[in-house]
Each structure stands twice: as structure tokens, then as C-alpha cells.
Design a protein around this ligand. Structure first.
Ligand SMILES: Nc1ncnc2c1ncn2[C@@H]1O[C@H](COP(=O)(O)OP(=O)(O)OP(=O)(O)O)[C@@H](O)[C@H]1O
Length: 258
């Protein structure tokens, strides 16, 4: 079943067309990656899909409903959740407290805090704590859950950003360059984490520069260059695609996953 449909999406900034009539779809249960050289328009496309930018033309549909133009938190409530940058992690709080707060923020917007102080609220708080612990355990962060975020190494902080997004119970999780700045060990752990997220039944769309990681974990890859889609397909086909190879020529990290 098609979960996400990107339909002829274009974004112009003044005279510059950052994303040019891009269409593709993501099937439920897949890991789909959007890749492209520097400045190709990946970040812009990511923001268009996560409703942080409104397309100049075209639309994004999720589970049949239009999400482009909605406020990001409304799209999130529908199940389209993006990871949060490290800056939105509360550095002085522990990893567990961060995920609990993320759960509570979601809950607050649903119930307006009407249960506050009630027995139901206490039960709900216990459930939130359990669910938060479970997410951290699942993502391999169980042993650092009582560590303050400020003390966590880079890779763990990234994983915590994913844990925070998981608290919003996504159907589609959008990951913005999840492997950027990671060493090979961290990248391997992060790749396992993404596969684990999919095993939980969550569809994953990631935007990434790191070809190697993308080749290893993706079911489907969409390649953009200068704002336009130049190829899409399975990793083996993308690796051999001449337009893709040409687009990446001259990049420092030309690594088509070999
Ligand atoms: N808010 C904006 N205003 C004007 N131009 C923008 C804006 N955001 C992006 N651009 C331009 O759109 C083009 C695509 O940028 P974008 O950041 O989406 O590319 P990218 O593929 O994510 O690049 P990178 O891999 O370097 O992050 C670039 O030329 C960029 O300068």
C-alpha cells in the first residue's frame, strides 16, 4: 500500500528552483532514501514532506490525505513525524526525561491536561514512563537512560533525537541525514536502529548524503540532482545508474557503496 505520495512537488525561493517537479511514492513498511549531491535540494524536499515548508506547486499526500500546507504538529498527529535536531533535546535532562516530556507534550495537546492530578493521570504517567523506557531500550539507549543528555556522545544524542520522535508514535518517520558526522561504528549502529524501527512496523523515509549506508539499508532509493529527480529504484539499479554516477562525480566522498 502506498503510504506517502509526493506528487509533482516544486519549491521556488525567489528565482531559484530548489525542488523541481519531484514525484515518487513510499510503500508502507519500506525504508526509502532520498539521496543527492550537495545542494541538490534534499533538505528542502525533506521540509516539504514534513510540512515545514509549503510547496510552490504540487502536493504531498499521506495515507490518501493531503498533508502539504498543514502545520507540522497536525501532520505529526496524523503520523508523519520528523526527527528533531540535537538542539531540541533538553541537554540538562536525562535521556529518559527527554522521552517522557516528548510523550507528555503529545498527550497534552490531545487532552489539554484535563486529567492532571487525577488517578488516570498517575496511571498515564506510569504508562508513559514504561513506554519511554521501552523505546530507549529498543534503540540501544537503555544503559544511558539516566545520563544527562549533555554528557552523551554525538551518536547517542542522535539516537535520542530518534527516540523523542518515536514517542509521537509515527507511522512514517522522516530522518534528516541520520548518518551525517558519524564514524563507521556509529553509522553501523544507526543503520541497525533504522532497520529496527522498520521492524516495529514504522515506514522510514530518510534524506542522506552517505551513499554506503543508504545502499545497505534502503528498499527504494530516489536520487535528486539540481532539484530534479534523476533516478529511482532498488539499490543495485541505482549503484549502476549512469546518471547517478555522473551526478556524484567530483564529490569528495564518491562511494557508491562498493
Ligand atoms: N530558505 C531558502 N531561501 C533561499 N534559497 C534556499 C533556501 N533553502 C535552500 N535554498 C537553496 O536551495 C538549494 C537546495 O538547497 P538544499 O539545502 O535543499 O540542498 P541539499 O541537497 O539539502 O544540500 P546539502 O546536502 O548541502 O544540505 C540550494 O541552492 C540552496 O541555496
Amino acid at each position: 500500500m502506498t503510504l506517502l505520495q509526493v506528487d509533482g512537488v516544486t519549491k521556488q525561493f525567489g528565482g531559484l528552483t530548489a525542488v523541481n517537479n519531484v514525484s515518487f511514492s513510499v510503500e508502507e513498511g519500506q525504508i526509502c532514501s532520498v539521496i543527492g549531491p550537495n545542494g541538490a535540494g534534499k533538505s528542502t524536499l525533506f521540509k516539504l514532506i514534513s510540512s515545514f515548508l509549503v510547496p510552490t506547486s504540487g502536493q504531498v499526500r499521506f495515507d490518501g490525505a493531503q498533508v502539504s500546507g498543514l502545520k507540522p504538529h497536525v501532520a505529526a498527529r496524523m503520523g508523519v513525524v520528523r526527527t528533531f535536531q540535537e538542539t531540541t533535546v533538553f541537554k540538562e535532562m536525562t535521556a529518559l526525561e527527554n522521552v517522557i516530556v516528548a510523550h507528555q507534550l503529545g498527550l497534552q495537546s490531545r487532552t489539554l491536561g484535563v486529567f492532571l492530578g487525577s488517578r488516570l493521570a498517575r496511571d498515564e504517567n506510569a504508562a508513559i514512563r514504561d513506554s519511554s523506557s521501552e523505546i530507549l531500550d529498543y534503540l540501544g539507549l537503555g544503559h544511558v537512560k539516566d545520563e544527562r543528555a549533555v554528557n552523551l556522545p554525538h551518536g547517542y544524542l542522535r539516537a535520542l533525537g530518534i527516540a523523542i520522535a518515536m514517542a509521537a508514535k509515527p507511522r512514517l518517520l522522516l530522518l534528516d541525514e541520520p548518518f551525517a558526522g558519524m564514524n563507521p561504528d556509529e553509522t553501523n549502529r544507526a543503520m541497525e536502529m533504522v532497520q529496527g524501527i522498520r521492524r516495529r512496523g514504522i515506514t522510514v523515509l530518510l534524506v542522506e548524503h552517505d551513499m554506503r549506508a543508504v545502499m545497505n539499508i534502503s528498499d527504494w532509493i530516489v536520487v535528486i540532482s539540481f532539484g530534479s529527480k534523476i533516478a529511482e529504484g532498488k539499490p543495485e539499479a541505482i549503484r549502476a545508474d549512469e546518471a547517478v554516477i555522473a551526478a556524484y562525480l567530483g564529490e569528495d566522498d564518491l562511494e557508491l557503496g562498493h
